[in-house]
Design a protein around this ligand. Structure first.
Ligand SMILES: [Zn+2]
Ligand SMILES: [Zn+2]
Ligand SMILES: [Zn+2]
Length: 253
């Protein structure tokens, strides 16, 4: 049996084998909800149980699917296709070793321009103003581009909130101009604050305890001028994640 949970513990689940192996999805919706791209295993409904659902909220992300997230911490947990007796659950939210492997990349053509699904990132594009938004549109903002260096974080907190692992870029918080804003925040054990959309669960940003601020790379809509440059907290990375893009890895952040 496998167990999983969100970052704050207000949503938890159990699943019995057999599981579908992990699929990474680079579609626009998965990029916004996760803040980078989403990765999930799946099981049939008869092998799936919610052991805690007090924080669970659902967002209808298209006519054919809904997404489950935690309204307390913003973790992106589930994808439920309409009319199917099978649910996808975030690989990054699984507790302990998964024993799974990443077997496919979906919608690779929709991947962000700051990374490639496989291999090293492409050279940066030109981007003067970045436009960002959450999946439902309740949050929209602009900030000066380009995105610049993007850091992938594999710490257990980023794994839970994103559902896979996170990717973000440093921003002067005062330079962000909000055209629409509806954010919730979750204070992490380390004293940082993660912001997310309370309506759709999209991961938006992180303010560290020292005041430094970053935005999740996956919520930017236009060419970013960003480039993934490193992986941090790789000592905490999930066992199904294989890093083969040649970028530097820092085990402890
Ligand atoms: Zn939670
Ligand atoms: Zn939203
Ligand atoms: Zn992290």
């Amino acid at each position: 049996m496998m167990r999983g949970s969100c970052l704050c513990g207000a949503v938890a689940f159990e699943a019995d084998p057999p599981y579908r192996e992990v699929v990474a999805c680079h579609c626009t919706q998965c990029r916004k909800t996760s803040g980078h791209y989403w990765a999930a295993a799946s099981v049939t409904h008869d092998r799936f149980r919610l052991s805690e659902k007090r924080g669970l909220a659902w967002f209808r992300s298209s006519t054919s699917a809904t997404r489950g997230f935690c309204r307390d911490c913003g973790a992106s947990l589930f994808w439920q296709p309409e009319g199917e007796a099978r649910i996808s659950f975030a690989a990054g939210c699984i507790d302990g070793p998964t024993g799974l492997s990443l077997e496919a990349h979906w919608y690779a053509e929709d991947a962000g321009d700051y990374y490639r699904p496989e291999g090293p990132p492409p050279p940066p594009t030109r981007a003067e103003t970045l436009h960002g938004s959450c999946l439902c549109g309740a949050n929209r903002f602009t900030l000066p581009g380009p995105m610049g260096a993007v850091t992938a974080c594999h710490c257990s907190q980023c794994r839970k909130t994103s559902g896979h692992y996170a990717a973000s870029f440093d921003v002067d918080e005062a330079s962000v101009v909000w055209q629409a804003r509806k954010t919730a925040s979750f204070t992490t054990p380390g004293g940082g604050s993660r912001s997310f959309c309370p309506d759709c669960g999209s991961s938006l940003g992180f303010r560290a305890a020292d005041g430094s601020f970053s935005i999740e790379a996956g919520v930017i809509d236009n060419p970013t001028g960003g480039m993934l440059t490193s992986h941090i907290f790789t000592a905490d990375k999930a066992d199904y994640v294989v890093l083969d893009d040649g970028l530097p890895q820092e085990p402890q952040g």
